[in-house]
Design a protein around this ligand. Structure first.
Ligand SMILES: Cc1ncc(COP(=O)(O)O)c(C=O)c1O
Length: 385
């Protein structure tokens, strides 16, 4: 029996494959985008207390009231944005599930969704699962900027949504006011949804975090997606959320209910504690990542990679053309086996795989020790390549 046609273009995550090879060769794993250091103690304590306090049954399907209120307060405090916790917030199993639920709630077959590439690898499959067609627009090299003409050309009467990820994985771009204005102008002109992925909102080294929903006239046509994975170094907790106007929140909640029923109840209780942390926590998070970025920037520069220094998130997408004639997949495997540093081949972030053939992505959400070990090994690339 054959599997459903909709799965035929899905490939196994290259990132997981690289991790497997990394384990085989005891390589330093800079492929996967999750921290190898512990999450904040107060959140762990709050989760244990919630379990001991018998918060172990299903929460309200769209999220426990405490967490929804904490999310709403966060938006007021950080972005001066009013969010109704009862009618506009859906707590999901990670931003990943939020994105899938939003796509399934809003898209019909034949709808087009604009995805900027390179992209986080779930967006294309999300569109396909929802029966929509992804339309890809590449960022312009070398600095991963948006080309206004190219973006304009992608919009048409079939366009239903655009996915806007800032700070951006894998390029590290933080979209500028001008780029956000261009996107909002086109969304308004073509009556299109902006579906934002703001999971790295608190991990920034330059620029401002622009929340599309606070843009003039955009509140009614933006779905804001974010989560706790990156901000609190707890990618395994699977806590995310979608903020949408009430008319769209209703179908998003229905899809979410049928997909997962709800996110883990005790962890939702703990998540509310984290969101109420004061500004120091969030500022420290960004400063800490800035220092980690510095270690990897130095190491990659000395090793001979070329790249633009990330403005946000915790990745460096580096060009290895000056070091090797190999393609990205072969180079990444060679790096893992011969140098002992695992990366992600650039083509896995592109629909047009050729665009990523000379790129690999390094993640720096790692202990300083891990990064220094990687740096020592990277010093050998030029010699061995
Ligand atoms: C851009 C982007 N969105 C979403 C996610 C996943 O978020 P979550 O853990 O909340 O599902 C990631 C994880 O790497 C990501 O890079």
């Amino acid at each position: 029996m054959l599997a459903a046609r909709r799965t035929s273009t899905f490939t196994e995550s290259v990132i997981r494959e690289m991790t497997r090879i990394a384990q085989m060769h005891e390589a330093v794993n800079l492929a996967q985008g999750f921290p190898d250091f512990p999450m904040p103690e107060p959140l762990k304590d709050a989760a244990c207390a919630a379990i001991q306090g018998n918060i172990n049954q299903y929460a309200v399907t769209w999220g426990s009231a405490n967490l929804r209120i904490a999310i709403s307060e966060k938006y007021r405090r950080w972005y001066n944005m009013e969010v109704d916790p009862d009618r506009e917030v859906t707590v999901t199993c990670g931003a990943t599930e939020a994105m899938a639920s939003v796509f399934m709630a809003l898209m019909d077959p034949g709808d087009e969704v604009i995805v900027l590439e390179p992209f986080y690898e779930n967006y294309g499959p999300d569109a396909i699962l929802a029966g929509a067609t992804p339309v890809f627009v590449p960022f312009e090299r070398p600095n991963w900027t948006l080309d206004a003409d190219r973006l304009r050309k992608a919009f048409n009467k079939r366009t239903k949504a655009i996915v806007v990820n800032t700070p951006h994985n894998p390029t590290g771009r933080v979209l500028t006011r001008a780029e956000m204005s261009l996107i909002s102008e086109l969304c308004l002109k073509y009556d299109v949804w902006a579906i934002t992925d703001e999971i790295y909102e608190h991990i920034r080294y330059a620029g401002e975090h622009h929340v599309m929903a606070t843009w003039p006239e955009m509140r009614e046509r933006t779905i804001t997606i974010s989560g706790l994975s990156k901000t609190f170094s707890c990618t395994g907790w699977r806590l995310g959320y979608a903020i949408a106007p009430p008319a769209q929140t209703a179908p998003i909640r229905k899809v979410h209910d049928f997909l997962t029923v709800g996110a883990p109840a005790p962890l939702q209780a703990a998540g509310a504690v984290g969101l109420a942390f004061d500004a120091d926590y969030f500022n420290h998070l960004a400063l800490d990542y800035r220092a980690r970025r510095h270690v990897l920037v130095e190491a990659l520069t000395e090793a001979g990679f070329t790249f633009s220094v990330p403005e946000g998130a915790y990745y460096i997408l580096a060009d290895f053309s000056e070091l090797s004639d190999l393609d990205d997949v072969t180079f990444a495997k060679w790096m893992t086996q011969e140098i002992g540093v695992a990366t992600v081949p650039g083509s896995s972030f592109y629909h047009d795989r050729e665009l990523g053939r000379k790129l690999v992505r390094f993640a720096f959400c790692k202990k300083f020790d891990t990064l220094r070990r990687a740096a020592d090994r990277l010093a050998e690339v030029r010699q061995k390549a």
